[in-house]
Write a protein that binds this ligand. Sequence first.
Ligand code: PRP
Ligand code: ZN
Ligand code: MG
Length: 226
Amino acid sequence: MMDKATRLKVALQKSGRLTDNSLDLMVRCGLKYSRGKDQLMCYGENMPLDLLFVRDDDIPDLVQQDVCDLGIVGLNVIEEKRLAFQAKGVQPLFDQLMTLDYGKCRLSIAVPDGVEYKDARSLHGKRIATTYPNILARYLRQRDVQAEIVTLSGAVEIAPRLGRADFICDLVSTGSTLLANHLWEAETILESQAAIITTPVPVSAEKQDWIHRLTMRIDGVQQVKE
Ligand code: PRP
Ligand code: ZN
Ligand code: MG
């Protein structure tokens, strides 16, 4: 069942905003699967395709290292990883195959209620909390703004209240997280949605066939929804 040469391995987010939509997309593409005991994998029963559930931030690495052939992840994570690889002197080799019609959100600068913000220069000399330090650093560099980036792995929205940062740079989808934390969205620095990335290592003709079939089916599914 786990033949590396013939079965496609696809990385999906374990639990998060992309999980349900991604699994639903696979099902709409015709996939019937059985869940592994450990909940870590799903095995395709009618296609040579298995799903691996991981943290979204790990997906670009798994695809880059050819542990998985395909990965479904947000452009926000893809772009952050690309820049992180480059910063380490590693070539980002994974390819972007196609974007998907869900997981839409934006990476934005958000500001505490009552605090003023005009444009990027308002960030000068300030501390900005984020889980996207590389995207934020590029944004600041391009605008010649010097600011301190406070890298956090989560709960970025409470950083201003804790006195750890003046501003935040985080994902906004419905806006309810910002609202609940008395922050307002001042500026968008990246638009995001789900996308499929592929391994840089050439795959067998058999697998390539299935990748092609899958993309055709995804196109079909997405057109029906339009
Ligand atoms: C993002 C972000 C906020 C929330 C915003 O996290 O960090 O917590 O979503 O969404 P809203 O505008 O609809 O309230 P995400 O769910 O992507 O989780 P992650 O940080 O674990 O990837
Ligand atoms: Zn994440
Ligand atoms: Mg979050």
